[in-house]
Design a protein around this ligand. Structure first.
Ligand code: SF4
Length: 397
């Protein structure tokens, strides 16, 4: 697998794009985690991976979406984004996850990428705005990887995402990325309506055939104003997704990302470990994208580093979540999330103002945590990478 994947990476993307990926994401990403490890030894928690929702606007209306897509779109200004990224860079961060809504709807997004050629940006997008002109610009910039979400085959995609021709428009975005020799991935939030079609070897082989370089399987989060609980996976299905990921990593020339398990196959939560936190489209500093409550905002002070390292709210969320589960505290313990929000007097960060009612309506569910059934990494490269740069970071003692 390693040689065939290396051959793909050495022959498919533009060599300059590959070089930026290896250095800005690979080398600098690893160094930022090493700095994070040193910081937390001193009790200073500033995540090496910041996830920033640059806008709440989106063309789609997905089941389980927690973003205020039905409200007037709000976006972070380029000035606020530049300040945020520049301060984070001072502390060794060079990788940023860019979320929405649909990030490419943000009119100044490419200016942000251009302003920080020494960084690497992963854009979580539905791909509908990626045409040859945009993909060619991303190639010039070299420091951006689109991660295009595909939530099902044609019919399922339209139902899951509340619009028509969703799948074919995402595929058009995928094809534009491949034609323009950039590095890109496909993400799926695995649920009842797509697990049979997309968690399969034939689908992953199809992605390889379309020139996709990495695939990310999340598991569906039953949250937001339209949570659609019927889509949630059963425990044995989450295990099946984990097993598929581990098996396929050994077999096929494509990288497979997950953010839920360490090298031993034990579950973890990126928020509880402190490895990532989230900035909302309004500038609120949230424990993670689906915990839409905040005490602090990037607009409070110039330094995001100072705000985050001094936040009792974030610290309490990390520690209480890690104390309660190695899985997703939102799915498993919505009561604890409410208790923490109430204890800190955190405000509802949504325009719709119904986040607390949504929390009240949630029933505890299974997540990635299945202590009796750990499935360890079987491929040496993933075992090594997770062992050193993606594990519990001492959160789960
Ligand atoms: S709380 Fe749940 S959704 Fe948030 S980072 Fe943790 S596992 Fe992911």
């Amino acid at each position: 697998m390693v040689f065939s994947f290396a051959r793909r990476m050495l022959t498919e993307p533009d060599p300059r794009v590959l070089a930026k990926f290896v250095y800005n994401f690979g080398v600098k990403g690893m160094l930022s985690v090493e700095r994070f490890k040193k910081r937390i030894k001193k009790g200073e928690y500033f995540p090496p991976f910041l996830f920033i929702s640059v806008t709440s606007g989106c063309q789609l209306r997905c089941q389980g979406c927690w973003v205020d897509v039905d409200r007037p779109a709000q976006s972070l200004s380029l000035e606020a984004l530049n300040k945020l990224v520049s301060d984070a860079k001072k502390h060794g961060n060079h990788f940023f996850g860019i979320l929405g809504g649909e990030p490419f709807l943000h009119p100044k997004l490419l200016d942000l990428f251009e302003a920080h050629p020494d960084c690497y940006f992963q854009v979580f997008t539905n791909g509908h705005l990626i045409n040859d002109a945009l993909a060619a610009r991303l190639r010039e910039l070299g420091n951006v990887t689109p991660l295009i979400s595909v939530e099902g085959t044609e019919l399922v995609s339209d139902e899951r995402r509340g619009r028509l021709k969703v799948f074919s428009k995402s595929v058009a975005g995928i094809e534009a990325c491949a034609r323009n020799k950039i590095i890109f991935g496909v993400a799926t939030s695995v649920c009842q309506s797509n697990i049979g079609d997309l968690v399969t070897e034939s689908w992953v082989r199809r992605l390889i055939g379309m020139g996709v370089h990495y695939v990310w399987f999340h598991t569906y989060r039953v949250v937001g104003p339209k949570p659609n609980g019927q889509l949630a996976l059963r425990p044995e299905q989450v295990l099946a997704v984990r097993r598929f990921i581990v098996e396929t990593r050994k077999k096929l020339p494509i990288a497979i990302v997950d953010a839920y398990w360490d090298d031993k196959g034990e579950a973890l939560c990126p928020m509880a470990t402190g490895v990532s936190h989230h900035i909302s489209p309004y500038g609120d500093i949230e424990p993670c994208p689906i915990i839409q409550f905040a005490r602090e905002s990037i607009h409070d002070r110039d330094s995001i580093y100072e705000i985050m390292t001094q936040s009792g709210y974030l610290r309490d969320f990390r520690e209480a979540s890690a104390g309660a589960t190695r899985g997703c505290v939102v799915l498993e313990r919505p009561d604890l999330v409410k208790e923490l929000v109430t204890r800190h007097g955190a405000r509802d960060t949504t325009q719709r103002g119904t986040a607390l009612a949504e929390l009240d309506a949630m029933v505890p569910r299974h997540s990635q945590y299945n202590p009796d059934n750990p499935i360890p990494e079987e491929h040496w490269a993933y075992r090594f990478a997770k062992k050193h740069w993606f594990f519990g970071f001492g959160a789960y003692t």
